[in-house]
Design a protein around this ligand. Structure first.
Ligand SMILES: Cc1cc2nc3c(=O)[nH]c(=O)nc-3n(C[C@H](O)[C@H](O)[C@H](O)COP(=O)(O)OP(=O)(O)OC[C@H]3O[C@@H](n4cnc5c(N)ncnc54)[C@H](O)[C@@H]3O)c2cc1C
Length: 366
């Protein structure tokens, strides 16, 4: 088949990589690889902000049996393999996630599956939880008295990417398998369908991420903005990541990336203002639980404030064929809306698209 993938963020690149061995694949995009939104992902394997409650826009948990869970675990296997591949920009990073409100039995469904995976997932022991609370209280700037304590948490070793390295690597892998790359912006899906039909394409795969709201006129898209800081680690040997989403002072995470360290963050609908998210406050929260950062003081001009939107969709990823696409127009397959887990699900969704194409391919249709 002659396939046009629209979008060269992590979802489009992995889609091209998946299809290039068996098809004639061209990737069209106005931005490529390290120039896309995907380069700003913290890029850890996890499931976050995949679906939302329509009324409140609160995060909906991904439950057992949900296809997103399957995609994530299919992807995990490949990410672990990429971590072994020199030059991929992926490595396995151990870390701790802590929680302050929900009960352990409300743990996300993926954590049960993770226990049997290469992540070496395990719950923190009560002693470890007590030590973390003690550490927080003994910090140079402890939290105000009465703020919620850490109740439980887990440890795991998860793939983490430096997207500035990983995305060009993915592009190169797809190119080596025969995929071509053309810089082009389409006004919308019908512009793309008409233009690509004239070029003889059988299939369009829509991997436009957050832009799909306008590109495919999808009212279920709801961008969630993320703010975080990145600074050179200045020789600090940081080994672990830390996640503290329920910190009463604001979502807190630390992700070591070799020569730099990421300190975050926020996750709110893009049309809502974010107040009080400053480097100083984010760092103080991180320092309470990450003693190696206690004396971390990069120069002001070394601290970069990164802002980017997660392509969240109310019901999760849109992975389906477009009902209205009739020959001679190319068949349209949508693959967008990966929320805060685009890297974590990209292989699973790319393979699902491949299966879908196999199912719909028939001499009369294509
Ligand atoms: C702060 C933050 C932290 C994150 N952390 C993680 C994490 O730890 N783990 C994780 O898995 N995910 C994470 N994410 C989510 C992840 O970044 C996204 O899910 C993922 O990058 C989406 O990739 P994409 O390829 O769908 O979209 P994009 O990267 O936005 O790519 C879209 C592509 O479509 C092209 N395009 C769009 N419109 C058109 C058009 N009209 N014509 C031509 N081309 C077009 C663009 O040029 C681009 O090439 C995070 C996101 C944020 C904001």
């Amino acid at each position: 088949m002659k396939i046009a993938v629209i979008g060269a963020g992590v979802v489009g690149l992995v889609q091209a990589l998946e299809l290039a061995p068996d098809h004639d694949v061209t990737v069209f995009a106005d931005l490529f690889a390290a120039d896309t939104n995907s380069v700003k992902a913290t890029a850890m394997w996890h499931l976050f902000l995949v679906k939302l409650h329509r009324e409140t826009l609160a995060e909906k948990p991904v439950l057992d049996g949900d296809v997103h869970l399957e995609w994530a675990f299919e992807t995990l296997e490949t990410l672990c393999a990429w971590a072994e591949s020199p030059g991929s920009g992926v490595r396995m990073v151990p870390g701790t996630e802590i929680f302050r409100s929900a009960e352990p039995e409300k743990m996300p469904a993926w954590t049960k599956r993770a226990a049997g995976s290469p992540t070496h997932f395990r719950m923190l022991t009560p002693d470890e939880v007590a030590s973390l609370n003690a550490l927080e209280r003994a910090a140079i700037s402890p939290p105000p008295p009465g703020e919620s304590e850490i109740l439980y948490g887990y440890r795991l070793t998860t793939p983490v990417a430096d997207m500035a390295i990983h995305l060009p690597w993915l592009l190169e892998q797809a190119r080596l398998l025969g995929a071509r790359f053309i810089e082009r912006r389409f006004a919308d899906l019908s512009d793309a369908a008409n233009g690509l039909q004239r070029l003889g394409f059988d299939v369009i795969i829509n991997c436009t991420g957050v832009a799909a709201a306008a590109f495919a006129d999808d009212r279920d898209m709801c961008a969630f903005r993320g703010h975080y800081f990145s600074a050179p680690s200045g020789g600090l040997e940081l080994t672990d990541y830390l996640g503290d989403d329920e910190n009463p002072d604001g979502m807190t995470y630390v992700v070591p990336r070799g020569s730099s360290v990421v300190v975050g963050g926020t996750a709110v609908p893009a049309d809502r203002p974010v107040e009080g998210f400053t480097w100083e406050r984010a760092l103080v929260r991180a320092q309470r639980l990450y003693p190696a950062l206690a004396w971390f003081k990069p120069a002001d001009d070394e601290v970069h404030h990164i802002v980017c939107d997660r392509p969240v969709r109310l019901d999760g990823v849109r992975l389906e064929t477009e009902i209205s696409s009739k020959p001679p127009l190319p068949l349209v397959v949508h693959n967008y809306g990966h929320g805060g887990s685009g890297w974590s699900m990209c292989v699973g969704t790319a393979r699902a698209v491949r299966r879908l194409l196999t199912a719909v391919a028939s001499p009369s249709r294509l």
